[in-house]
Design a protein around this ligand. Structure first.
Ligand SMILES: Nc1ncnc2c1ncn2[C@@H]1O[C@H](COP(=O)(O)OP(=O)(O)O)[C@@H](O)[C@H]1O
Ligand SMILES: [Mg+2]
Length: 246
């Protein structure tokens, strides 16, 4: 379980990106964090994998306070938490297979035959068995994101953080990626944190959701309840129930 406890993040110049965010994400859940651009979603997700250190507050994972981890302990923690994002983040000069193998190289300094076999299995799992030797430029956006998901799975993560993972994709590719994430969650119990500005994405895949406005939680709970009976004006606007200027 990931427990974010009263997280604040201030950037130089008086930017208060997060202002006391507390969220509990249960194991096995698909949990959404939604908000408009600038709400603090990416900052929050980067505090979870400690690419950013919170200014204050704690990140507790399975009862362990990871907020101040450094060195080998930090690297070990990061292997438990994979991330995929809008821009896919693939190495353009490497094939799909080598991209999926990259975490092995990064963690051990070399790639074994077993690693390559596992990477091939992962590519097959995301429906790209025939694209192992393709370069990212030869793949569609949806295919590139599937390579990124295969790469994320290489370290058998307990958590997958998705920061606007489908925002650059067309509706059909979006559906494929959401189905894939759903299937991974069902088959492996991997907890998935979905960061998005799209209520549609939340409705299709998430069980629970937090609405973030100016770095604060304004509403959270089961998706069904929030969709049926939104309380906050921003939630209503995101759902299209009121106009932004109302
Ligand atoms: N590295 C940074 N340095 C300074 N300000 C930042 C940095 N990253 C984000 N911000 C600011 O923090 C706020 C939240 O940004 P972000 O977390 O990217 O929001 P979102 O992902 O919801 O669009 C914005 O005002 C943004 O300009
Ligand atoms: Mg963002």
């Amino acid at each position: 379980m990931i427990s974010l406890q009263n997280i604040t993040k201030h950037y130089p110049g008086g930017i208060h990106a997060l202002n006391g965010v507390s969220i509990d994400i249960d194991d096995g859940d698909i949990f959404g964090i939604i908000g408009i651009s600038g709400a603090g979603k990416s900052t929050l997700v980067r505090c979870v994998n400690l690419l950013e250190r919170p200014t204050s507050g704690r990140v507790i994972v399975d009862g362990q306070d990871v907020t101040d981890l450094t060195g080998a302990a930090l690297r070990a923690y990061r292997r438990r938490v994979a991330m995929i994002f809008q821009g896919f983040g693939l190495l353009l000069q490497k094939t799909a297979l080598d991209n999926v193998c990259f975490p092995f190289l990064a963690s051990k300094g070399r790639i074994t035959d077993d690693d390559r076999a596992k990477a091939k299995e992962l590519l097959a799992r995301v429906g790209l068995a025939d694209k192992a030797n393709s370069y990212p430029s030869q793949l569609s956006g949806g295919q590139q994101q599937r390579v990124a998901i295969a790469r994320a799975l290489a370290c058998d993560p307990e958590y997958i953080l998705c920061d606007e993972a489908t925002s650059a994709l067309d509706p059909a590719s979006t559906q494929l990626i959401l189905d894939l994430l759903h299937q991974i969650n069902k088959e492996t119990g991997t907890t998935i944190l979905v960061i998005t500005h799209s209520m549609d994405v939340v409705e299709r895949i998430c069980n629970n959701v937090t609405v973030l406005v100016h770095g604060r939680v304004v509403e959270q709970g089961p998706v069904e309840r929030i969709f049926a009976d939104p309380q906050d004006e921003t939630t209503k606007a995101l759902l299209g129930r009121v106009s932004w200027n109302a």
